[in-house]
Design a protein around this ligand. Structure first.
Ligand code: SF4
Ligand code: FES
Length: 533
């Protein structure tokens, strides 16, 4: 392992690492625009130049490999003079519109200008002005804020493999552009906004909605598919404003799909179910949550009294956390010890979408075809609970004789889109049905009792992705008034006091859940406050 001396500090680098990578790993701060660990290294922005003893001129630290015994200076007068010059050039045509720029507060240009730039501009001529351009369904390009780092261009070439963006013109006329009629609409397009170190590429969805310093964030996992992409949910005062990637070397690296990026939309849908309902004289009427809950329990008990053990079922959703599934299984069997446990529909869209770097054919990202996050985890929990079980295919085909004895059930939804568009199997159209869900659909409309529930970002838990990786996620915002977290409802059914606590439930579940580590403390905010039912 080569050892290098940086500003008098000895650091150990990895073989074939660049000086900048070694400094980043050692926590030494060096300015960097065009360098990104997930992309090729063009060394074009020149802000990272350092002085290396024995070399005649400054070298780009992002593109200069370490050598054992190398002595590097990052704060010498030559280095500082270069940083000031680079900043002055970059700001020549910059509109200096930080007060109205979405990137303000997380802008490299702003930060480096403060740390490495001059406090005054010597440029008195007219600036080149470039109007805002619409470059994709979700993306605007504010070209006069661009510093030509080419991160966005390299992403579309090397990661999405779609090459929509390119550099047009030369010199001070250089500009990021798209080919006519070919907008940046690939399924990973939002990553170019994350990659842009300044406010040049902005997400239309987030535009002018919040100042970034007001946002808090919680570490979570994508609900959009079974890939388990790691994310941050960014929110303020109970409202989620955006989703950003959370680096995980083994899952999604630095990227997320646009399905994940915009998966928070249903949380604040105007159609969210916020009021409980129960059936009176054959029609649904609005009800207090407690009243509806009591009708649900008495209705289910009546089914068992009239039909005996084995007449109830619970239909689990692949959107549920494993901990919730564990509690629901026990809760339904506290009413009917022979209740059947069924995993509900698992929507899928054709084949996995695989992205490759066209230059070397290497796979860079996969969007899974299965459009729910936890079918594997719920299946595992149902197996752990044992007893009578069936699959949704059994239900559709009416394949098991025990299914014909079912006269009532507890059905959980929580899907991000309308999951009940399929032809409803007979089981879901008859008997006494209690439905917990977040959005209206045909099953909710026909339920005997409707209990509004919490969406994924409103509760803690864990999901198991397609290849068996179990990952914890934390609540960002509380559920809307009138809705209750599923875990709290199941604890009440079990006669247990206290609030649902995912970590505690995981301990009860034993391995492999008990040892699951939460994302590091600094990565999530304290959970929202909930009230006991
Ligand atoms: S638009 Fe952003 S990411 Fe693309 S070259 Fe300009 S500054 Fe870099
Ligand atoms: S970060 Fe090294 S030249 Fe841009």
């Amino acid at each position: 392992m080569p050892k290098i001396m940086v500003d008098g500090k000895l650091i150990e680098a990895k073989d074939r690492q660049m000086i900048l990578q070694a400094c980043n790993d050692a926590g030494l701060v060096l300015p960097q625009y065009c360098y990104h660990p997930g992309l090729s290294i063009p060394a074009s922005c020149r802000i990272c130049l350092v002085e290396v003893e024995g070399l005649p001129k400054l070298v780009p630290s992002c593109q200069t490999p370490v050598r054992d015994g190398m002595v590097v200076h990052t704060k010498s007068s030559k280095v500082i003079a270069n940083q000031k010059q680079v900043m002055e050039y970059l700001l020549i045509n910059h509109p200096l519109d930080c007060p109205v720029c979405d990137q303000a507060g997380e802008c490299y240009l702003q930060d480096y200008s403060y740390q490495y730039g001059r406090s005054q501009s010597r440029f008195e001529e007219d600036k080149v002005k470039n109007p805002k351009k619409d470059v994709g369904d979700n993306i605007y390009l504010y070209a006069d804020r661009c510093i030509m780092c080419t991160r966005c261009v390299r992403f579309t070439r090397e990661v999405s493999g779609t090459s929509e963006l390119f550099v047009e013109g030369r010199g001070h006329k250089e500009e990021i552009a798209i080919f006519p009629g070919k907008p940046v609409n690939n399924k990973l397009a939002g990553n170019v906004v994350d990659l842009c170190p300044v406010g040049a590429l902005l997400d239309k969805d987030f535009l002018f909605k919040q100042r970034v310093w007001l946002l808090k964030r919680s570490a979570s996992v994508s609900p959009a598919d079974s890939g388990g992409e790691n994310i941050y949910i960014e929110y303020n005062e109970g409202v989620v404003y955006r989703i950003k990637p959370r680096y995980n070397a083994d899952v999604n690296q630095w990227w997320i799909s646009d399905d994940t990026r915009y998966s928070y939309k249903p949380l604040h849908s105007e159609q969210r179910i916020c009021t409980a309902r129960r059936t009176e004289h054959g029609a649904q009427v609005e009800s207090g949550f407690e009243e509806a809950y009591q009708s649900a329990i008495s209705g289910l008990k009546q089914v068992v009294e009239q039909n005996g053990a084995g007449s109830l079922y619970a239909m689990f959703s692949p959107m549920m956390a494993c901990e919730e599934a564990w509690l629901l299984g026990q809760a339904i069997r506290s009413i009917d010890p022979q209740a059947m446990l069924i995993l509900g529909p698992v929507p899928s869209a054709g084949q996995d979408e695989v992205f490759k770097n066209p230059a070397n054919g290497k796979q860079t990202f996969v969007i899974k075809a299965e459009k729910v996050p936890n079918s594997a985890g719920v299946r595992r929990v149902i197996q752990m609970l044992g007893g009578p079980t069936a699959t949704f295919d059994d239900v559709i085909a009416n394949r098991k004789s025990e299914l014909r004895s079912l006269k009532g059930g507890w059905i959980v939804g929580g899907y991000l889109s309308n999951w009940a568009q399929l032809n409803l199997p007979a089981l879901l159209q008859s008997g006494f049905r209690v439905v917990q869900d977040i959005l209206p659909n045909a099953i909710v409309d026909r339920a005997d009792v409707v209990l509004p529930s919490a969406a994924w970002a409103e509760k803690d838990g864990c999901w198991e992705n397609f290849n068996g990786r179990i990952q914890a996620f934390t609540a960002a915002v509380p559920p809307p008034g009138g809705a209750r977290r599923e875990g709290d409802v199941y604890l009440k059914m079990l006669g247990r006091s206290g609030l649902y606590n995912a970590e505690m439930i995981r301990k009860e579940m034993g391995e492999p859940f008990a040892a699951l580590a939460l994302p590091a403390e600094e990565e999530h905010e304290p959970a929202p406050q909930f009230v006991e039912l």
